[in-house]
Design a protein around this ligand. Structure first.
Ligand SMILES: O=C(O)CCC(=O)C(=O)O
Ligand SMILES: [Fe+2]
Length: 268
C-alpha cells in the first residue's frame, strides 16, 4: 500500500509564543504490515500491525518538536491528580456543535496527524474524530490501568494506538476475573494496536512505570459521539496549566495557553 504523500511542509500554529519549525520533508509510507496478529481472548479483540509506518524517526521528531504539550493537573473529589506524562489533543465530536457549547475551543487535527488518521482508518475500517497524543519522557511516565469505555465513545468503541520511539510494556487485565494472568505485550516503534468490540468494556490496559525507559510518543485515535466527549478530552489532555515545547532536546515550559500577557518564555 503506497498512499499519496500528505503535505508535511506546513506550519502548525497555536496560541502562545510562536515558534517557527521547519518541518522535514519526508514521505509518510504505510505498508502492508509484516505482522497482522489478531490477539483474541475472552471478550478481547485486538490486532497488532507491526510495523505500520515508515519514517518513524522523522515522525517522532516532528511531532515532539511541533506540538504543544501539557502536563495536566486536576482535582477529583477534592484530590489533586498529576498526569504522569505529557499530553496533547486534537479533534471534535460528531455533533460538530456551535463553539459556545464547548468549554475549550476544539482544535482541528493538524495535517500530519490527519494523514496518519486516514491511514489508520483504512486498515481498521473504523472512523475517528480525535487524536490523543501522549509523550512518555522516561520510565517514570506512565498510564495506570483504565478502560477507554466512557459513554461518549459509544457501546463498543474502536481505539487505535500507534507507538513512535521507545518500546514500552503494555499490560491488559480483565476487569472482573482476577484469576486471569495479566496479558503482557511490548509495544514497539511503528506498532499499531487496534482494540475493538467488547475489549474496553471487559478489559483494562496500562503502560507501567519502568526504572529506565527512553522517550516514547503514543497516538490514540478515537471517535467521540457528543459534546461531553470533546469537553472531557480537552479538560484532561490540555487543562488550564502551562504549555510545554520540546526545544533543543528538552522540554521547556512556556507561558500558559490562557495567559493574556505577553510574557517571555520561561525556562524550567
Ligand atoms: O501509551 C499507550 O500505549 C496507551 C495510551 C492509552 O491507553 C490512552 O491514552 O488511553
Ligand atoms: Fe487507554
Amino acid at each position: 500500500m503506497k498512499p499519496s504523500l500528505p503535505a508535511c511542509d506546513f506550519a502548525l500554529s497555536f496560541r502562545g509564543p510562536t515558534f517557527t519549525i521547519v518541518p522535514p520533508r519526508f514521505s509518510l509510507t504505510v505498508h502492508s504490515p509484516l505482522i497482522h496478529r489478531p490477539i483474541v481472548d475472552k471478550d478481547l479483540d485486538m490486532t497488532l500491525y507491526r510495523p505500520f509506518v515508515h519514517s518513524t524517526r522523522q515522525l517522532y521528531d516532528y511531532l515532539l518538536e511541533s506540538l504543544p504539550w501539557y502536563r495536566v493537573q486536576y482535582t477529583v473529589r477534592g484530590m489533586s491528580v498529576k498526569t504522569p506524562r505529557y499530553t496533547s489533543v486534537y479533534g471534535k465530536d460528531i455533533t460538530n456543535s456551535r463553539d459556545k457549547l464547548y468549554q475549550k475551543q476544539p482544535r482541528p487535527i493538524p495535517p500530519l496527524l490527519a494523514a496518519l488518521k486516514n491511514e489508520v482508518e483504512k486498515v481498521s475500517g473504523s472512523s475517528f474524530n480525535f487524536v490523543l497524543c501522549n509523550f512518555y519522557a522516561d520510565g517514570k511516565d506512565s498510564i495506570s490501568y483504565h478502560s477507554d469505555d466512557e459513554s461518549f465513545l459509544g457501546p463498543e468503541p474502536s481505539i487505535a494506538s500507534m507507538t513512535l520511539g521507545a518500546t514500552r510494556s503494555f499490560y491488559m487485565r480483565p476487569k472482573t476475573d482476577k484469576s486471569v494472568p495479566v496479558l503482557k505485550t511490548d509495544l514497539r516503534d511503528s506498532d499499531l494496536l487496534i482494540m475493538r468490540g467488547k475489549t474496553q468494556h471487559c478489559w483494562e490496559h496500562s503502560v507501567p512505570k519502568r526504572a529506565n525507559a527512553a522517550p516514547r510518543i503514543n497516538l490514540t485515535f478515537r471517535k467521540a459521539m457528543n459534546v461531553k466527549g470533546t469537553n472531557n478530552y480537552y479538560r484532561y489532555n490540555v487543562g488550564d496549566g502551562p504549555v510545554f515545547r520540546y526545544i533543543h532536546g528538552r522540554m521547556v515550559q512556556i507561558m500558559s495557553d490562557n495567559s493574556k500577557t505577553n510574557e517571555p518564555a520561561v525556562l524550567i
